[in-house]
Write a protein that binds this ligand. Structure first.
Ligand SMILES: Nc1ncnc2c1ncn2[C@@H]1O[C@H](COP(=O)(O)OP(=O)(O)OP(=O)(O)O)[C@@H](O)[C@H]1O
Length: 223
């Protein structure tokens, strides 16, 4: 990584890419949103995808996570990733603990002890049993982000992860991201907001109809 325009052609022997994208094109209803994109995301690297409403950031992240078929091109994920969308589906009548337990079990992380889940909920003062439909937007966001550190995976795909998150939550995510990258992980996130203080440096990409390029200030794009 991180040339958003082309793959590197990296040879054997170096660290393996955690995400490889080849000639990827995203469309909605026959109209091109972005692409063709080609890049490799290497361990320790982070990308911040930016662009105006509707340019296709969510579509890109969902495509990278394998939740949406690309119009053209290929995505290669050598291992499982965490995709945390901005509209995280929760079992609304279940409590936070039951949601987390279910989520981790389905994701193959049944070995994570109940005590760790309770520890997480207590850390954020989240009620374990109350139906999650009664939680605030920020509480739901903290719940959605829990698997990142409870059951680590080497690639994080985060769609607007700072939405509704308070200062303490943003600081936690910054610290968790720094540790993740230092440990050889990688991440790609979308956000309209500036990254919070302490968040590790990211390559900034601007997503648009001609593909992706290093981000210019939003005002320059709009002009
Ligand atoms: N299920 C859908 N069916 C048809 N079109 C869709 C669907 N979901 C999104 N779109 C369209 O695809 C385009 C890209 O949407 P997407 O959600 O990927 O954009 P975004 O960059 O994430 O936007 P935002 O910044 O508002 O979150 C938009 O024009 C949107 O209207």
């Amino acid at each position: 990584m991180t040339n958003p325009g082309a793959t590197s052609g990296r040879g054997q022997g170096g660290p393996a890419a955690l995400l490889t994208v080849v000639k990827l094109v995203g469309e909605r209803q026959g109209l091109r949103l972005w692409g063709p994109l080609g890049f490799e995301l290497m361990p320790g690297r982070a990308v911040h995808v930016q662009g105006p409403n509707g340019c296709g950031k969510t579509t890109l992240l969902r495509t990278l996570a394998g939740l949406r078929r690309p119009a053209l091109g290929e995505v290669c994920l050598p291992g499982p990733c965490w995709f945390i969308g901005h509209a995280t589906p929760l079992a609304e009548d279940l409590g936070a603990f039951a949601n987390l337990r279910l989520w981790l079990d389905l994701a193959g992380a049944a070995a994570v002890a109940d005590a760790e889940l309770h520890g997480w909920l207590q850390h954020w003062s989240l009620p374990a049993e109350r139906p999650v439909r009664q939680l605030s937007a920020g509480q739901r966001r903290k719940l959605a982000l829990a698997p990142l550190t409870l059951a680590p995976r080497s690639l994080w795909l985060l769609d607007e992860p700072f939405d509704a998150l308070d200062h303490a939550g943003c600081a936690w995510l910054a610290q968790a991201a720094a540790a993740h990258l230092a440990g050889g992980g990688a991440l790609l996130l979308s956000s309209h907001q500036a990254l919070p203080t302490g968040f590790p440096p990211c390559d900034a990409w601007w997503l648009g109809a001609r593909g992706a390029r290093k981000a210019a200030p939003a005002v320059a794009e709009a002009a």
